[in-house]
Write a protein that binds this ligand. Structure first.
Ligand SMILES: C[S@@+](CC[C@H](N)C(=O)[O-])C[C@H]1O[C@@H](n2cnc3c(N)ncnc32)[C@H](O)[C@@H]1O
Length: 265
């Protein structure tokens, strides 16, 4: 009998950090079994942080639902000296810590740094960018977005928040999604930037022999939630799935990138 769809606390037992990395993050062009690549996300994050002039040097960044990954930090990290990664399960937090400490068992993110350095027009800078990000990650903390207080107490608000492929898989319903966005927003400075990558109209994703729940949402729902949470200049770009009939890894109809600014008080 097939295993039931995994959600909530199941993640602690069945989300395999290594299997996840192997399935989705071998290289930026890594094509999953559905024939989809994540490169539009990396290009969009590059645009957000390099073309909009949103971040000043020495910014502080909070990444929410980091998983075992750091790809979502590369573009913004150029402007950041303090980065806090918040993640639900311990194995994923350990995977990030391994990368920071250059543990021999760490995941190889070099192809992603090379990809971003090329976008930035200086391919020779990728190793320096990698060292800079290692130095900038100051803490990897636990978080649970379904709780009224998702994070341990933090000393300050952040200039930028990044979230990739987390909200719609962590939140079991639309009310929890909206509350999670409000809670995250409290940690962002007025005028601060939020950049989010996600999926639309997905009900599951799968890897490592398990299927995981996803909340079925579209970009108009996202816009409404972020508007209500106090964001302005909301910009949403959709990237329709190129191979929607083939849905072994997920049934999403596309990727989405949202960026917005928290209104000044
Ligand atoms: C699809 S992974 C995304 C990981 C990574 N950010 C990426 O870009 O690939 C979803 C992440 O959401 C996390 N998550 C699941 N439930 C959560 C919860 N209640 N609160 C916060 N994060 C949660 C999982 O542990 C997992 O790391």
């Amino acid at each position: 009998m097939a295993a039931p769809i995994q959600k909530g606390t199941d993640y602690h037992k069945t989300f395999g950090s290594k299997a996840y990395l192997k399935t989705f993050y071998t290289s930026p062009e890594c094509i999953d079994e559905d024939g989809e690549a994540l490169t539009p996300i990396f290009k969009e994050f590059h645009e957000i942080f390099n073309s909009t002039g949103r971040l000043k040097p020495e910014s502080r960044l909070l990444d929410v639902g980091s998983g075992p990954t750091i790809h979502q930090l590369i573009s913004a990290s150029r402007f950041c000296t303090e980065i806090v990664c918040a993640e639900y399960i311990e194995n994923n937090r350990t995977e990030i810590e391994k990368w920071v400490k250059k543990d021999p068992d760490m995941h190889d993110w070099a192809p992603f740094f090379k990809f971003v350095a090329d976008l930035e027009g200086d391919s020779s800078s990728w190793e320096a960018r990698q060292s800079h990000l290692r130095d900038a990650i100051k803490e990897v903390i636990p978080c649970d977005l379904t709780k009224p207080e998702p994070f341990p107490p933090l000393q300050y608000q952040f200039d930028v928040v990044t979230i990739s492929f987390c909200l719609e898989v962590a939140c079991p319903d639309r009310e929890t999604y909206s509350a999670a966005v409000r809670n995250i927003t409290r940690l962002l400075k007025p005028g601060g930037t939020l950049a989010l990558a996600g999926v639309t109209n997905q009900t599951f994703y799968s890897f490592g022999g398990y299927k995981f729940f996803t909340l079925h949402i579209d970009s108009s729902f996202m816009r409404e939630v972020f508007e209500k949470a106090g964001y302005v200049d909301i910009n949403i770009k959709s990237f329709p799935a190129t191979n929607p009939e083939n849905n072994t890894v997920s049934d999403c109809d596309g990727l989405v990138v949202l960026h917005a600014r928290k209104a000044e008080i």
